[in-house]
Design a protein around this ligand. Structure first.
Ligand code: LRH
Ligand code: MN
Length: 385
C-alpha cells in the first residue's frame, strides 16, 4: 500500500479511551495518588476530550457503571458532546458488590443472578440514553477450588443470564463478551477463553460478538491467530488494548511487546474490521494518566501504520513459493520501518501536533490540572463508585 493510502487508513482509525484510565488506580498493595488525576465522571470525560483534541482520533469514551453513574444520563451525553466527544461502550460492573462472592450471572443463588441481570439491563437502558451502541460485558465469575461448584451448571446459568440480557438489546446495539483466563477466580473462570466466548456469542445471535482484551491470555498465546479466526467468523466485536509481561498487568499497549501489537494490527489491516471497536483498557499506577493514554494511542497508530506497509504482493509470492524466511523478512521490513514521519503527516492533516505527548507536556496541562484539582485522597481503584 502506498504512503497516501496508509495515511488515509490511519486517519480512519478511531480509538476509544476508558474513563477508568484517567483516575488514580493501583494494585492491592497501594494506590499512589497522582496530582490532577480525574476525581469524578465529569473530569474523566474532560480528560478524554483533551486526549481527543491532542490526538484527533479518540472521539469516544467508555464508561463503567456504577463508577461513572449519574442521575441524568442525558445531561452527561450533552456534556460529552459539548466537549467534542461521545459516550461509547457501557461496561456493567459485576465484581464490585459483596453479593458477587460466588459469582454474578453464574452464582448458585437465583436472587443474586437476578440482581446481576437487572444491573446488565440497567446498563442497556443507560446505553440507549447516552446514544451508545455497545454494552461491553466482562464477568469475574469463577471458582477457587475443585468441587466448589458444578462447572456445567455454572455454564447453564451463564448462557441463561446472557440470553436475558441479549433479548433486551434494541436493534443496532451489540453485546461484547469479554473473556479472561483467570483472576479474580483462581481455579475455574466461567468465561475463560475465546472459544467459550465464541460459542456463547453464536448461541446468543448476531448482536453478540467477542471482545479480545490483550491481557487476558495465558503466556505464549498467539493472540493474532485468535483475532484472525474471530475476524474470519465475523465474531470479533472489539479490543481492550493494553500490554502485560506477566499477568493482567494493564500496562501501556505496545510497551512490553510492540511486535505482538504489530502482528495483531496486521490481522486488522488484512481483514474487514468494520464495526470492530478499538478500545483501550489500562490502569496507570505509577505514571501520569493523560500522557500515558496519549502514548497508548500513538503506539496503536504506529503498529497499524507499520502493518499497512507490509508488501502484500511480495509476501504472498514468498508464501506461495514456500520461501519461509523470505516471507518472514517481508514482514520484518515493515515492522522495522520508521513510521514517525508518516504519522506526523497524519496528525498534521487532522490538525494536531506531530507528537501529541510532547504537545501535552509543552502545553502545561499537567500543571494546570494539578492546580485545578489538587491531589485526590485515594481508595483502592475498585472501591471507587
Ligand atoms: C477485567 C477488565 C474488564 C474491566 C476491568 C476494568 O480485567 O479487563 O474489561 O471491566 O478490567
Ligand atoms: Mn478489559
Amino acid at each position: 500500500m502506498d504512503e497516501a493510502a496508509v495515511v488515509e487508513r490511519v486517519k480512519s482509525l478511531e480509538i476509544e479511551t476508558p474513563s477508568w484510565g484517567y483516575g488514580n488506580s493501583g494494585t492491592r498493595f497501594h494506590v499512589y495518588p497522582w496530582p490532577g488525576a480525574a476525581r469524578d465522571v465529569h473530569e474523566r470525560i474532560a480528560d478524554a476530550a483533551l486526549v481527543h483534541r491532542l490526538t484527533g482520533c479518540c472521539p469516544s469514551v467508555a464508561l463503567h457503571i456504577p463508577w461513572d453513574a449519574v442521575d441524568d444520563y442525558g445531561a452527561l451525553r450533552a456534556l460529552a458532546q459539548e466537549q467534542g466527544i461521545r459516550i461509547g461502550a457501557i461496561n456493567p460492573n459485576l465484581f464490585g458488590d459483596d453479593a458477587y462472592r460466588l459469582g454474578s450471572l453464574c452464582h448458585p443463588d437465583t436472587g443474586v443472578r437476578a440482581a446481576a441481570i437487572r444491573h446488565c439491563l440497567q446498563c442497556v437502558e443507560i446505553a440507549k440514553e447516552v446514544g451508545s451502541s455497545l454494552v461491553s460485558l466482562w464477568l469475574p465469575d469463577g471458582t477457587n477450588y475443585p468441587g466448589q461448584d458444578d462447572l456445567r451448571a455454572r455454564h447453564a446459568r451463564l448462557t441463561e443470564g446472557l440470553e436475558k440480557v441479549y433479548s433486551a438489546l434494541p436493534p443496532g446495539m451489540r453485546l461484547l463478551v469479554e473473556y479472561k483466563f483467570f483472576e479474580p477466580a483462581f481455579y475455574a473462570t466461567d468465561l475463560p477463553d475465546w472459544g467459550t466466548a465464541a460459542l456463547v456469542c453464536r448461541r446468543l445471535g448476531p448482536q453478540a460478538q467477542v471482545l479480545v482484551d490483550t491481557g487476558h491470555h495465558p503466556q505464549g498465546t498467539n493472540i493474532e491467530q485468535i483475532v484472525a479466526v474471530l475476524l474470519a467468523e465475523g465474531l470479533l466485536g472489539g479490543f481492550h488494548f493494553n500490554n502485560r509481561k506477566y499477568a493482567d498487568d494493564d500496562l501501556i499497549v505496545g510497551s512490553v511487546d510492540p511486535f505482538e501489537l504489530f502482528r495483531i494490527m496486521r490481522e486488522i489491516a488484512l481483514g474487514d474490521s468494520a464495526g470492530v471497536a478499538f478500545m483501550i483498557d489500562q490502569s496507570h499506577n505509577v505514571e501520569g494518566k493523560i500522557d500515558a493514554m496519549i502514548q497508548s494511542v500513538m503506539n496503536i497508530q504506529t503498529a497499524y501504520a507499520k502493518a499497512l506497509l507490509v508488501d502484500e504482493g511480495r509476501l504472498t509470492e514468498a508464501q506461495a513459493a514456500g520461501d519461509v524466511l523470505g516471507a518472514h523478512r517481508t514482514l520484518l521490513e515493515a515492522f522495522e520501518t520508521d513510521v514517525r514521519p508518516l504519522l506526523a503527516r497524519v496528525r498534521t492533516e487532522v490538525g494536531v501536533a506531530p507528537d501529541p505527548v510532547e504537545a501535552f507536556r509543552a502545553g502545561g496541562h499537567a500543571a494546570r490540572l494539578a492546580d485545578e484539582r489538587g491531589t485526590a485522597s485515594v481508595e483502592s481503584a475498585y472501591e471507587r463508585t
